[in-house]
Design a protein around this ligand. Structure first.
Ligand SMILES: Nc1ncnc2c1ncn2[C@@H]1O[C@H](COP(=O)(O)OP(=O)(O)OP(=O)(O)O)[C@@H](O)[C@H]1O
Ligand SMILES: [Mg+2]
Length: 545
């Protein structure tokens, strides 16, 4: 250290260091720093320019010595051109006798007070430039001295430590507050087992926590399609239901990589889907995958932080990741509960159908059969043409009712399915649809001799049944083909008609058939695809074995 430093100035420096380190909020600290630097060096004006994340421009500019009126008259804060820019490129102390005479100077804006002498000193935080202290107009008209430069460097070194502390303090108090909220949200999530309100809660709370303008949650459905399932804020809600290409959208890419990401400028990121960004008018993004046991369920995206700077920072990302971990578990649980509930309903339905089928067969069927026997003895006991004719009419009615009851019992629970397997059951089913008014049915069976697992047989049977019913009810076609086959790893059912077709992308309200087919296929891990148009409808189910 230079021995030229006078004791008095050294004492001032030590005091300044203590004062700086006692400031815990960054704003107050920086303002005090500028004032202290001016006081220590006798500069009329002092400023601190804080460098932005790019390192090439200033994001904040604090001053002392310039009153409010002058400041307003000058207008926009400097962003870092001229001498200020020179110091951004070369962060070493700089001393000038006259700013205007330096070739790098770009001059001052109108209404700017005249400034001649200059001393600039960088503030380095762990080797990177945090900002620069600029001092001008040394009192008495002289130049800044070696001693001024050394003092300012010492002050900058002390300030660096204090800034780091204040930042840590601010981010830890913020984190503490966020942790408390996260904890509370975690409890709320654990209590919510219905998926839609759960996703709404996740989106709303994340939006509050990191002050995002819009939060979107996208989930992958059973068919593997990534779709926006919940949205909060701005124009977000109009995007609900939008499908995202797994390989051509930012959310899809983040999900594939299972790694969270910050994007400062969406328009500069080739992975971002233009259409979505434009529809929602979003500029920045924070993306976090929803992962449980290594499997990705979806992605949460937050856009445009509120305030001056729309970018999110590492702290926001940490909040997003913490929330996403809990949300992913809750989503997984909610899905399991709901598919469990569906499975139980379907099972109960099958049992009830089996019971009804037995009853129809055993009770009603047997009763009708005994009526037939009774009619026969009646026929022998009575005489007369007209009596016989009447008995014959009653017998025909009973025979046809017995036929109906049997058909109903087969539909409810095909005994053939349990006893002879899926192919036999489908053959019988098709028989029941063959009559004069129905379209022609072509049946192709290729399952082979091995039986499929019981739940898969029931599933395929019920889907074939619903598909055939729909063809007779809605298709108005002339032919339908039913194909049942198996490959090495899956069983496949295709029902194809040449009827009028329908729009399968819109759910039919209050109708259960198509939705039920999908649910049944999903329960055994299968997929149902519907292609429909003017040439007819194809329903294809593939169930992995
Ligand atoms: N093969 C088909 N050809 C033409 N339209 C069809 C076909 N299958 C279904 N649809 C249309 O899709 C709609 C939904 O079918 P879905 O099976 O869900 O309901 P539904 O048959 O009307 O009633 P249910 O709940 O009793 O099955 C039908 O109302 C019909 O308009
Ligand atoms: Mg139907």
């Amino acid at each position: 250290m230079s021995t030229q430093l006078h004791d008095e100035r050294l004492r001032l420096l030590v005091d300044a260091g203590i004062a700086l380190s006692s400031e815990l909020t960054l704003d107050a600290l920086l303002q005090r720093l500028v004032k202290t630097a001016a006081g220590l060096t006798g500069a009329r004006y002092a400023a601190l320019g804080v460098v932005d994340a790019s390192g090439k421009a200033l994001e904040r500019f604090l001053t002392t010595g310039i009153d409010e009126t002058t400041r307003t008259a000058i207008g926009d804060e400097p962003v870092g051109r001229g001498i200020l820019g020179a110091m951004l490129r070369d962060p070493t102390p700089l001393r000038l006798t006259s700013i205007a005479e330096d070739p790098r100077s770009v001059g001052f804006p109108p209404h700017h007070p005249p400034m001649t002498t200059f001393l600039g000193v960088p503030i380095l935080l762990r080797g990177t430039v945090y900002g620069n202290l600029y001092l001008t107009e040394k009192a008495g008209g002289g130049e800044f001295t070696d001693e001024d430069e050394e003092l300012t460097r010492l002050l900058a070194a002390q300030a660096a430590v204090a800034i780091e502390n204040a930042r840590l303090h601010e981010s830890s108090t913020r984190w503490l507050r966020q942790l408390e909220s996260l904890h509370e949200i975690g409890n709320l999530l654990a209590g919510q087992i219905e998926l839609d309100p759960l996703l709404g809660l996740v989106a709303a709370r994340l939006r509050e926590l990191i002050r995002a303008r819009i939060v979107l949650v996208a989930l992958v459905d059973r068919a593997g399609t990534l779709r926006i399932a919940a949205a909060e804020g701005g124009d977000g809600p109009i995007l609900v239901g939008a499908e995202l290409a797994n390989d051509r959208s930012k959310m899809g890419a983040v999900m594939e990589r299972r790694r969270s990401e910050l994007v400062d400028v969406l328009s500069a990121d080739p992975e971002v889907e233009r259409e979505i960004a434009e529809r929602a008018g979003i500029r920045t993004g924070l993306y976090v995958p929803l992962v449980v046991d290594g499997a990705a369920l979806g992605v949460i995206a937050a856009h445009d932080r509120e305030g001056d700077d729309p970018r999110f920072d590492r702290d926001d990302l940490r909040v997003g990741e913490t929330l996403a971990r809990r949300a992913a578990i809750a989503v997984d649980l909610a899905r399991r509960v709901s598919s469990d509930a569906v499975r139980r309903v379907v099972e109960a339905q099958e049992q009830e159908r089996a019971r009804l089928a037995r009853e129809l067969h055993d009770e009603t069927g047997q009763a009708l059969a005994s009526i037939l026997l009774g009619l026969r003895s009646l026929e022998q006991a009575v005489e007369g043409e007209s009596a016989h004719a009447r008995i014959a009419a009653v017998r025909d009615l009973v025979v046809s009712t017995l036929h109906d009851v049997r058909r109903l019992a087969v539909e409810l629970r095909p005994a053939a399915l349990d006893d002879f397997g899926l192919e036999a059951a489908i053959e019988r089913l098709v028989e029941t649809y063959r009559d004069d008014s129905s379209p022609r049915i072509d049946l192709e069976l290729g399952l082979g001799s091995d039986r499929l697992p019981r739940d898969i047989e029931t599933t395929l049977y019920r889907i074939a049944q619903e598909a055939l019913t729909n063809v007779t009810k809605h298709a108005r076609g002339t032919r339908v083909s039913v194909l049942l086959t198996r490959t090495e790893r899956s069983a496949v059912l295709v029902v194809e008609d040449d009827g009028v077709g329908f729009d399968s992308s819109v759910a039919a309200p209050g109708r259960l058939g198509v939705a039920g087919m999908r649910e049944r296929a999903g329960l055994v891990g299968g997929r149902l695809r519907i292609e429909s148009g003017r040439a007819g409808t194809t329903i294809a189910v593939e169930i992995p074995l």
